[in-house]
Design a protein around this ligand. Sequence first.
Ligand code: RNT
Ligand code: ZN
Length: 414
Amino acid sequence: MDAYENAKARYEALGVDVDAALEALGKKAVSIHCWQGDDVGGFENLGQALSGGIQATGNYPGKARSPQELMADFAQAIRLIPGKKRINLHASYAVTGAQAVDRDKLEGRHFDAWIDFAKENDLGIDFNPTFFSHPLAADTLTLSHPNEEIRMFWVRHGIACRRIAAYIAKALGQPVLCNVWIPDGYKDVPADRLGPRLRLKDSLDCIFAQPLEGVIDCVESKVFGIGVEAYTVGSSEFYTAYAANHKGVYNLLDNGHYHPTEMVSDKMSSMLAFFDLLPLHVTRPVRWDSDHVVRLDDELKEIALEIVRNDALDRVLIGLDYFDASINRVAAWVIGTRNMQKALLYALLQPHQKLKELQEAGRFTELMMRQEELKTYPFGEIWAQYCRTMGVPSDEKWFDQVLAYERDVLSLRK
Ligand code: RNT
Ligand code: ZN
């Protein structure tokens, strides 16, 4: 018996349907963020450093400097990633040619190049308004800004972006997730916490006023950012309550956006109990919201387990969100995305019904024993088989292609 058949037989002895697991994995799209390719730079040439309390550190050579380069790099990455993929765009990646278009004036047509790219590469698209790296976001205040003119500029940006998302959804014939994350907050102890939150509430009401076909709206909370350590307007409670009170607006969980001992894997079921959809930003926080490349670590597996064991593959919208400028950026995409998929497969290969029954029956010794034994089941052989059937390298050999791409393309960028 070959290694795959052998591995399959071991899972089947537990009652796991391996073919069904592979089929489910092949159907589940992962939304890959475009911004790993250029350190969240975008194409606007506003002369703005990355702002909003987030940071990409490192200076590995070869980052994409234009839409053409970013698309080529992304296309190279997805050749090495099995299964269904989406691309997650930010408004700052508009392709406007020689003409500069300010954020509140952006239109769907400025994303035509991305729509073509998505069609050529069989990708879905997700979208994000960009509330940072802009002169009017210099105070780290946007939708909660006390200055009405500035606040309304950002409201117009939010509305423009939802229209863009609807335009893309129509062009692709499938829904687009449109995610609002704002950096707003204060460095030090505020004198008024409620005022900014009421302004944010009003801004969101304006942005979401019109229902738009094909758009799935969501809001992303955060605990703190660099330079805004004391107070974040869009906190977890704020957005959870906002989404609960606005049908059609969902609460996105980014697993870098909580205190380090809080686990998103533990929050997901609470969201699933009240919302039909749950969007995620999967990242890897190292001591803070550092957005390191996603590794196949315990929390990633636990997140995947929550998706699978709650039968929520269709309800949880998986997006990645990290940006590491210290390593090859194409490799960063491939490593992180393959890890997300590996975690899903790991979760799909567990006898969940049996494990739940052990919990219900209070048989915790056996439950622990089984959970631990499962960790050393021959999951790698099943993953390799999945990659082979999807026509991508099944092991570290994919890296040869990244090295060749670095030699022939990335290293020529000066
Ligand atoms: C920031 C949020 C947000 C951004 C991207 C670029 O802390 O996680 O999602 O990372 O929109
Ligand atoms: Zn995020």
